[in-house]
Each structure stands twice: as C-alpha cells, then as structure tokens.
Design a protein around this ligand. Structure first.
Ligand code: GEM
Ligand code: ZN
Length: 382
C-alpha cells in the first residue's frame, strides 16, 4: 500500500530568501523556480527552507528554470549548498541538464535549507556592524542609505591623520554574491585580533570599510541589482541619489578622503577559482600600476593556496576597459592600485575542499591573507 508522504513545506519568506514552489505534491520531485530580481530580469541566487521531511527518506528538488538564469553555463560542475541548522553548510551533489537543476537529499532531520551559496543573513550583518562599531580604533565616519532606507555604514580603522595611506574595501555590490560579506567579516576579525602585522598595517594606513554595498538586494534575495533594478557595478560614472544612492554615497566619501588602494569584493558564478581583475584597460594605466598589480598578485599567491593567477577574466585591451565599473573608475580617478576580487560560487579547484567547496569561512580567511599582503605593499602604493 503506498502511503502518501506528508507534504514538504517550502518557504523563502525571510531575508535573502528566493524560491517559488511550483509543485510540492511529490517529495521525491519537488518542483521549484528561482524568482528574478525585483526590477530586473537577472536571477541565479536562491535560498529556501524545506520543513516536514521524513528522516531517512530521499527527497528530490528540481529548479526548473535554471537554464534561463543569468549565467546558465555556471550550473555545470556546481553543487548546491545545504544546511540543517543554518550554521554548518555543506554541498549536495547536483545535476544540470541544460534546463533543470536537480539535487536530492536523504533527510537526516525534518528541516533543511538550500542556497546558491552559504547565505550572509541579515542578523549576522547587523551583528557585524555592531562588532565594527565596538572595535577600539574604528569609527563609523558616515552612514549612507540604500534606496529602501537601509543603513550603509562607512567605517574607518584609523584616526584620519594626514600621511597615512587610504585603503578602501567594499563588498557585495552584487547582492547575491554573499561570499563578499563573509570576506568583510574576515576583515573585522583581523581588526579584533590585534595581530602584530595588523598593528604594523595601521601604523602606515587607514582602512575604509563598507561591509555590504547593497543591503536591499541582499534582503530581497536578488542576484545582481538594487531595489531599482540597477547594477551598482555599472554606476560608477553616473550614480544618482534617486537610482543608485549606495554608490553615490561611497563616491562622495572617496572624493572627501582619497584612495590609495581599492579592493571591490565580488563572487563569480562560472570560474571555479579565486582571482582578481584590475585596470589594464584604463586610459590612465601606467607601468607603476602594472607593477603594483603584479606585486599584489604574486604576494597573494605566496600567502595562500586560495588564490591563483592562471584563471580569470580576459584582460581588457589597452584603453578598452568599462569605466562604469568600480575598480576601473576608482583606479582611474585616484591613479591607484584598484582590483576586483572574485571568489567562486563553486570551489577553488587549486585547493579543493569537497565537503563545503568555497565557503564563508574560506572567504573570511582570504581577507586575513589579503590584508597581510596589503600590509607589505603599503610603502609602495605612492
Ligand atoms: C564583474 S567585474 C567584470 C570585470 N571584467 C573585466 N574584464 N575586467 C562585473 O561586475 O561584471 C564583477 C562581478 O560581477 O562579480
Ligand atoms: Zn559581482
């Protein structure tokens, strides 16, 4: 006698949530679809909770519209992030047939979460802001507002004294790239630990930090845009308070304080490696900047196996960079070392960790390694 399994409850009505339930009648074939960003066709980020699973029973999930996502080829070789408790995340084997994305789990508990990447939840974001606010030597020097009125604090580690180099780190312009705020958590941890190398860095530089550039998009489970459907990483020439206040706020404060080194933390859907993109296509690119980029990349390769220089974006031809991007706009405007840091949604195949692949913890660890490299590079920035 076939006993109907209890229906599995699928929910995404929480911060960073994104899924639409199409058909939950068969627990071995729960059919789902990812919803697009609010005012944009972009979609790829998903995060949902399944409750009412039968422990020991195999449950199957199908994301039926994966083939129409923003980066469909990115699903090749991708494994879904999963967690029973929302804290410990692991990957589940995932199949992509060119249209649908499929993953199964033999339930070890009655509830499980699935996401495109280990989510950086709003509660943790607020806690990180409080950790920064309570850090000795760190001030919240300004607070911008997102389009929907969420705070965007600008923190500075250092007193703003003349003569110190200004190192800016921003994150998650693209809200679905949650590894970016995990990276910023690593920056805050490094400041909390008062390691000698950090003290040496702060003797010669100040850190200007934006933990999450796009809190609206992160809250709504967006992949790429803010609440107005704008890609913030295309707004660095013509940001406006009405459509892209998040970028407008940071650009204003960069003009006020100056920039000697800029890191823009992102995630990449397709390339299973950690890498950087820089300013080789800028009209103002010079041998000095080229040498700094090489020194930075070589030093980070020496510092950690979680970085490499073989794989990455195609280099821009001379004078052909898209100057609407933060890295290129800031590098040009301030004639400084400026880089986009890309962390993978998959694994960093130069140092694979099959259980969780690329993760929040590895993103945070990368930040510590990157700051150690920055500490060694500060004397050369100007
Ligand atoms: C990327 S940055 C793209 C940089 N490309 C080159 N060739 N330098 C973006 O905004 O599209 C960052 C990201 O989305 O993660
Ligand atoms: Zn991005």
């Amino acid at each position: 006698m076939h006993v109907n399994a209890p229906l599995v409850d699928i929910s995404a009505d929480f911060d960073t949530g994104n899924i639409q339930l199409l058909d939950g009648s068969d627990p071995s074939n729960i059919r789902l679809a990812i919803l697009p960003d609010s005012c944009s066709a972009h979609f790829q980020w998903f995060h949902f909770r399944a409750e009412g699973l039968e422990v020991g029973r195999r449950h199957g999930f199908v994301i039926t519209n994966a083939g129409q996502s923003s980066y469909p080829s990115a699903w090749q070789g991708y494994n879904t992030a999963a967690s029973y408790d929302g804290v410990q995340w692991f990957r589940v084997p995932t199949e992509y047939d060119g249209q649908a994305l499929r993953f199964n789990v033999t339930a070890e508990a009655s509830g499980i979460s699935f996401a495109y990447f280990e989510p950086y939840r709003e509660a943790r974001h607020f806690a990180l802001i409080e950790r920064a606010r309570n850090l000795p030597g760190v001030q919240e020097i300004a607070c911008g507002k997102s389009l929907q009125g969420r705070d965007i604090p600008l923190f500075r580690a250092g007193e703003g004294t003349a003569g110190k180099r200004k190192v800016w780190l921003i994150a998650q312009q693209h809200p679905g790239e949650h590894m970016a705020e995990w990276f910023m958590e690593g920056v805050i941890e490094a400041l909390e630990q008062h390691q000698p190398w950090m003290e040496a860095l702060l003797q010669q530089a100040e850190l200007y930090l934006v933990l999450n550039m796009n809190p609206d998009g992160a809250f709504h489970g967006h992949l790429r845009t803010n609440a107005a459907g704008k890609d913030l990483n295309r707004a660095w020439q013509d940001s406006t308070p009405a459509q892209t206040p998040e970028v407008h706020f940071v650009r204003d404060h960069m003009a006020l304080h100056g920039v000697d080194l800029f890191i823009d933390a992102h995630g990449d859907e397709e390339i299973p490696h950690v890498f950087t993109a820089a300013c080789e296509g800028n009209p103002g690119y010079t041998p000095r900047l080229a040498a700094l980029e090489t020194a930075f990349r070589d030093a980070l390769c020496q510092q950690t196996p979680d970085f490499q220089q073989v794989h990455g974006y195609t280099r821009d031809a001379p004078g052909q960079a898209n100057m609407r991007l933060a890295c290129n706009a800031v590098g040009q405007r301030f004639d400084c070392l400026a880089m986009t840091l890309e962390m993978p949604f998959k694994d960093h195949l130069d140092a694979p960790e099959p259980r969780a692949e690329w993760s929040g913890a590895r993103s945070a660890r990368l930040a510590q390694d990157l700051l150690k490299v920055v500490a060694g590079l500060v004397p050369r920035l100007r």
